[in-house]
Design a protein around this ligand. Structure first.
Ligand code: ATP
Ligand code: MG
Length: 359
């Protein structure tokens, strides 16, 4: 899918594309984004999709998601937000939390159902859970302490107790076009963030979903991912190690467009050879799954040659799974396939900036 998304977006960028082809290509992009989304929901449900946690402030994350909410909800649905300021941070994967927010909000909108009008409310606040609260909430699986509460309520159709009992089951749906994966993914993500979810509903009375996530300290404001500048093209030389031809070709086009110099290797062995020959390589993009020398083996050898070299590990598997192979070694960054050109450029920009700052 990296190959599909990457190449399609490259062609879409070209100025001499005729309108009818553009339309078809946009369809390719939409369809593959949907396929990627389906895969993400399934991985999230299986608890395998977690990658890249950092300090997240939930109210800001909801604000960043607001535009998306408005485009995905029918015009007849009003969104009401009440977001607490100065919330403690949570240690979380922001894109997975966005997935939670979006899945709950979309369900809420669907429960209201076009053309009826109604309101979806999104609240965030801090709450303290004592021994008796956690016992009541989650059969004692949670630890008492400070939690961040995300609440999504709707004025929609509500649920019968029979439906309520099954909503978190994968593939359970009452909708014609539903896949029944939304809430299964929500639950998987919340569990992997050591949180819990509560539902209140009655037929005709709407529904309310409450997500509790454990707070960490009130940390310094983390840099938002989009604030990371693209690397200055000067003096950045990327070594791309990937056995898949289509990934190499796509990445080549993306990097060249940004004026970044790159070298390409189709195997770990070749990557090592290039690294020894070219002392000016400033960052490596390394695929995990390769025949012959595996990604983690290549990683180890590369670090032996250049201990401070920034290495971005890429894989179709989620970060938590891949990182098991790298316990104790210092991976500079992880990027999950399929990635967009913007995501790749940002990753490279981030690690190059950090490695230069460290000098
Ligand atoms: N806010 C809500 N109000 C009423 N019913 C809901 C609400 N949220 C979920 N449900 C019920 O739970 C079922 C499962 O939800 P889930 O999000 O897992 O799947 P889906 O929405 O049917 O399909 P998908 O999200 O994969 O497109 C829904 O089909 C619906 O019956
Ligand atoms: Mg859903």
């Amino acid at each position: 899918m990296t190959g599909i998304l990457g190449n399609a977006s490259l062609v879409l960028d070209s100025p001499d594309l005729i309108a009818s082809d553009r339309e078809k290509l946009e369809f390719v992009v939409t369809a593959s984004e949907r396929a990627a989304d389906l895969t993400r929901q399934m991985l999230a449900y299986a608890g395998k999709g977690r990658y890249e946690t950092r300090a997240v402030e939930l109210s800001s994350l909801v604000r960043e998601t607001a535009d998306l909410m408005h485009t995905l909800l029918p015009k007849t649905v009003r969104v009401h937000t009440e977001l607490a300021d100065d919330l403690p941070w949570i240690e979380a994967d922001p894109s997975q939390l966005q997935q939670v927010i979006m899945n709950l909000v979309i369900n809420a909108g669907e429960a209201i159902g076009e053309p009826r009008s109604g309101t979806v409310s999104v609240h965030t606040r801090e709450c303290t859970l004592g021994e008796s609260d956690v016992a009541a909430l989650d059969r004692g699986e949670l630890a008492p302490g400070t939690y961040i509460l995300l609440e999504v309520t709707d004025t929609g159709c509500g649920m019968t107790p029979e439906v309520l009992a099954r909503i978190f089951d994968p593939f359970f749906t009452t909708k014609f076009t539903g896949r029944g994966l939304g809430l299964a993914a929500v639950l998987g993500i919340i569990k992997s963030h050591r949180g819990t979810i509560q539902v209140q509903t009655a037929v005709g009375q709407g529904s309310g979903f409450r997500v509790y996530l454990p707070a960490t300290a009130r940390a310094a404001r983390p840099v938002s991912e989009s604030a990371v500048p693209a690397p200055a093209a000067d003096n950045v030389r990327v070594l791309v190690v990937d056995d898949e031809e289509v990934v190499r070709a796509t990445t080549r086009a993306v990097l060249e467009r940004r004026g970044l110099e790159a070298l390409f290797a189709a195997s770990g062995e070749e990557g090592l050879r290039l690294l020894t020959e070219h002392k000016d390589i400033s960052v490596v993009l390394l695929d995990m799954m390769m025949p012959g020398m595996s990604g983690d083996e290549a990683f180890k050898r590369m670090r032996e040659i250049r201990p401070d070299l920034p290495i971005i590990v890429s894989s179709g598997y989620g970060e938590s799974q891949v990182m098991q192979y790298f316990l104790g070694s210092n991976v500079s960054a992880f990027i999950q396939k399929p990635y967009t050109s913007a995501a790749l450029i940002q990753k490279i920009g981030g690690v190059v900036a950090r490695s230069r700052a460290a000098v």
